[in-house]
Ligand binder design. Structure first.
Ligand SMILES: Cc1cc2nc3c(=O)[nH]c(=O)nc-3n(C[C@H](O)[C@H](O)[C@H](O)COP(=O)(O)OP(=O)(O)OC[C@H]3O[C@@H](n4cnc5c(N)ncnc54)[C@H](O)[C@@H]3O)c2cc1C
Ligand code: SF4
Length: 495
């Protein structure tokens, strides 16, 4: 273990942030990672628990006590060993080290009556050093199997699966309808949370391992009036894919945004978050857009209190919005969870993101009743919205009489989550859907990740519904093993 008395001697260290004014002036990442000495101290706090709850709380089951110990020991050889340990369970620690909400830390034993080990900051430090030292190299398979696998979608689930399958010797082609790989890592999560060079670097590594990326290619079909991001210039049918490949993995995400069908929804200026965020990421990447949804000088209201809403807040503030307000339908959660009651599980508590700290009024237990149109030259454009406060008794919501209010708004962003994958993509393959509209496939070992259609598998948000990057990586890895078993009769890929 780290240092036997480390948890008594040292406090948790948080990663630093650049000052708000500085970070609002650009789109770059602003988190200042731990240096080697700080990471060593943080690693020293780990107690190497007999039952490491952190390892169980982590969806990819990172072997956390081992890399904590190696970072505490601190020689270059120890750091090189730490990235081996990390990569043994997680293909892309630079993604999770930046954007994971860290359920491992909620589960850490130290979190019971102290502050958790800064596991995510250690992960971040290990992978950044590994790239800087040149320790991350392509690992092409020594023996090719001659089997061909198509992966539809290049989000974290598709990328993790493709890398695992290529390393098992299969010829993998990734089909992506957008012009760049990465899924929501590329076009949802803003650059200030994760710069896209991290994805580019992995794509290069995977190409060197033999993975072929076909971008701008839509598999199946997309409804004509769809607002889902697509740069597709070509379409390939489900039949063609099934005929040409020995297995197909569907990792198309859950891209159907939840709508708010109240009066005035059709007004100009009311948009899904996923119309707003991808455009900014494209501009940062150097794309020339015909027009861009921007928040400059506008009163922005973001409806939805989750990660996507928070990303809209940060993006609007970087545009120079006049004001940013975020609505959440649920009541304000407690600032501090009841630890003995909830540990080691993920607690419901008030979470204030770095974007909230940059400037945002947050309102809870509020429902939008109507979008109000402007007049004169602003006819047809949103000028405000009408709301009412709500109260909750269990799952029952009632409106509070007399709490109606009108708000000024020039831009409204709907960030209320995603209901399901785009149905037409699954329909094109004849894949059955569950009650929530996700691809139906269980995750148990035998037959895991298989859909009802022969040799077609599904993983990530497309199978489990809207989730997290770390769950997508887990599902991609596990689905890769299931496909390898299906093709070869057995697999040495880790589960
Ligand atoms: C704005 C936003 C912020 C988020 N922030 C976080 C965060 O901070 N931390 C976190 O852990 N999670 C976050 N998430 C959730 C996380 O990004 C997703 O859970 C994760 O990306 C899902 O991975 P996936 O590979 O299953 O699908 P996706 O990332 O959605 O990728 C699916 C890919 O498939 C492609 N595709 C779909 N259909 C087709 C088709 N028919 N043909 C070809 N290509 C197709 C899509 O274009 C897309 O590139 C966020 C989500 C959003 C929207
Ligand atoms: S639960 Fe916390 S203290 Fe225990 S092994 Fe994991 S990181 Fe270390």
């Amino acid at each position: 273990m780290g240092k036997v008395t480390g948890f008594l001697e040292y406090e948790r260290l948080e990663e630093g942030y650049e000052p708000v004014q500085m970070r609002l002036a650009n789109w770059r990442e602003f988190v200042i990672g731990l240096n080697a000495e700080q990471a060593k101290q943080q690693g020293a706090r780990c107690m190497d628990c007999g039952t490491p709850f952190c390892n169980n709380g982590c969806p990819v089951n990172n072997i956390i006590p081992d890399f904590n110990d190696l970072v505490y020991r601190g020689t270059p050889a120890d750091w090189a060993a730490a990235i081996e340990v990390l990569h043994s369970t997680n293909n892309f620690p630079e993604f999770t080290g930046r954007v994971c909400p860290a359920p491992c830390e909620a589960a850490c034993t130290l979190n019971v009556n102290d502050d958790a080990v800064g596991i995510k900051s250690i992960e971040h430090a290990i992978i950044d050093r590994a790239w800087a030292e040149g320790w991350v190299k392509p690992q092409p398979a020594a023996v090719k199997t001659g089997k061909k696998v198509a992966v539809v979608g290049s989000g974290p689930a598709g990328l993790a699966a493709a890398q695992q399958l290529a390393r098992a010797g299969h010829a993998v082609t990734v089909f992506e309808k957008n012009s760049r790989a990465g899924g929501l890592l590329r076009y949802g999560i803003p650059d200030f949370k994760m710069e896209k060079s991290h994805i580019d670097r992995r794509v290069e590594q995977m190409k060197a391992e033999g993975v072929v990326f076909l971008t701008g290619v839509l598999v199946g079909a997309m409804p004509k009036d769809s607002k889902v991001t697509s740069d597709a210039k070509e379409t390939i049918s489900a039949e063609q894919l099934k005929a040409e490949f020995d297995a197909v993995l569907l990792t198309g995400g859950a891209e159907q945004s939840r709508d708010l069908p109240v009066p005035g929804r059709e007004l100009d200026g009311v948009h899904f978050a996923m119309e707003f965020l991808p455009q900014q990421n494209k501009v940062v990447a150097g794309d020339k857009l015909k027009s861009q949804l921007r928040a400059d000088g506008k009163h922005v209201i973001v409806i939805g209190g989750g990660d996507t809403g928070s990303d809209c807040v940060g993006t609007s503030n970087r545009h120079g919005a006049a004001s940013v307000t975020q609505f959440e339908l649920m009541p304000m959660p407690p600032e501090q969870e009841d630890k003995p009651l909830v540990w080691p599980y993920w607690p419901v508590k008030l979470r204030t993101s770095s974007s909230h700290e940059e400037g945002c009024e947050r309102t809870f237990a509020i429902a939008t009743k109507e979008f109000v149109a402007g007049t004169g030259k602003d006819k047809g454009r949103v000028a405000g919205l009408k709301t009412v406060q709500v109260q909750w008794q269990g799952a029952k919501m009632t409106e509070v009489a007399g709490s109606e209010r009108e708000w000024k708004a020039d831009l409204v962003l709907l960030a209320m989550g995603f209901v399901s994958p785009v149905a037409s993509v699954l329909e094109a393959f004849g894949v059955e859907r569950d009650a929530r509209g996700n691809a139906r496939a269980h995750t148990e070992a035998a037959g895991g990740y298989r859909t009802n259609v022969d040799k077609v598998f599904a993983a990530g948000d497309m199978r489990r519904g809207q989730s997290l990057v770390v769950w997508a990586i887990r599902e991609g890895r596990q689905a890769a093993r299931a496909i390898d078993e299906h093709l070869m009769g057995a697999s040495t890929l880790p589960r």
